[in-house]
Design a protein around this ligand. Structure first.
Ligand code: CUA
Length: 309
């Protein structure tokens, strides 16, 4: 009798175990289904620095919207009890918007209605995410983490306007580009299109998240050599690196889809295009230097190894 009872319990236990296992599998499948159909907007949290350090840099000291290149804008906002700064941002419809978000005091939330943008903002961390608004309109932003007595009043808006009604606060860089079509690719344009959303329009990066290129490109050329710089551009770098006393553990993607001429132009822009960081002692890169390093089949991790050698 006791033996039978024991087996009974074991049988029910087995059923429950199978049931909970099945639920786990179902939840994972639902997440996978959602990612496949709705797309993932998981914010990167690469930055870890003091809140003061994060708030002092340009992207958060002067938050708001700026144009990076045609079809690309950047929007930065700071959450503090009990408001977003700025409260309202205007972005053009159909443009890729890179949000840079942080909290200055306590933990806040950032949720944009009618989208799947929903992130936690933590002091000392930067949330970066990319979203494209397909429909014009006014989208309410709410803080969805209880942050104190005024939490329910913590609202903002993202206003999405037709591109024709949107004026870029800083379109100068992109507009200045197309003067001489025979001069080859323009480094500033290549930079604005592919690099500025991480390394920032001023080339100073975001401390703790994306290393500076202004000043640093010249240093890399002197210390690691020109071949290394070409490899870094072509294959990317992955793993922890230290720049100006700050450790970065992100991934720089490979840019081999750019032409040799574009790579040379953008590298030269990093050397001489940022005020106060011009490296006149470094010879400009030539497209051949990139051509020579193509086809080596290196990985981003291989490039880091060469850097550490
Ligand atoms: Cu901020 Cu709730």
């Amino acid at each position: 009798m006791r033996e039978r009872q024991h087996q009974q319990i074991a049988r029910w236990e087995r059923i429950w175990l199978a049931f909970s296992g099945l639920m786990t599998v179902m939840f994972i499948l639902l997440i996978a289904y959602n990612l496949a159909t709705e797309g993932g907007h998981i914010a990167q949290r690469t930055a870890k620095a003091s809140p003061e350090q994060i708030l002092a840099q340009d992207v958060f000291a002067n938050p708001g919207v700026r144009a990076l290149a045609p079809g690309r804008v950047q929007a930065s906002m700071v959450a503090r009890a009990f408001s977003f700064q700025p409260q309202d941002v205007r972005v053009p419809v159909g443009s890729e918007v890179t949000f840079y978000l942080t909290a200055s005091d306590v933990q806040h939330g950032f949720q944009i209605e009618r989208t799947n943008v929903n992130v936690q903002l933590i002091p000392g961390e930067i949330a970066r995410l990319v979203y494209t608004f397909d429909q014009p309109g006014s989208y309410r932003v709410t803080c969805n983490e209880y942050c104190g007595i005024g939490h329910h009043d913590m609202l903002g808006t993202v206003t999405v306007v037709p591109a024709s009604q949107w004026s870029a606060p800083a379109r100068a860089a992109a507009a200045a580009a197309d003067d001489d079509p025979d001069a080859g690719p323009d480094g500033a344009t290549v930079y604005a299109t592919h690099c500025a959303s991480c390394h920032q329009a001023n080339g100073r990066g975001v401390a703790g998240a994306f290393p500076p290129v202004a000043g640093h490109m010249a240093e890399l050329t002197r210390e690691q050599g020109r071949a290394y710089v070409a490899q870094m551009m072509l294959y990317g770098v992955q793993g922890p690196i230290e720049v100006e006393g700050t450790t970065y553990s992100g991934v720089m993607p490979a840019w081999s889809q750019l032409s040799d001429a574009e790579l040379a132009a953008v590298t030269n822009h990093a050397l001489t295009g940022f005020e106060g960081y011009e490296a006149d002692d470094v010879e400009p890169y030539a497209p051949d230097e990139f051509a020579e390093q193509r086809g080596l089949g290196l990985s981003a991790a291989d490039v880091l190894e060469r850097r550490n050698e």
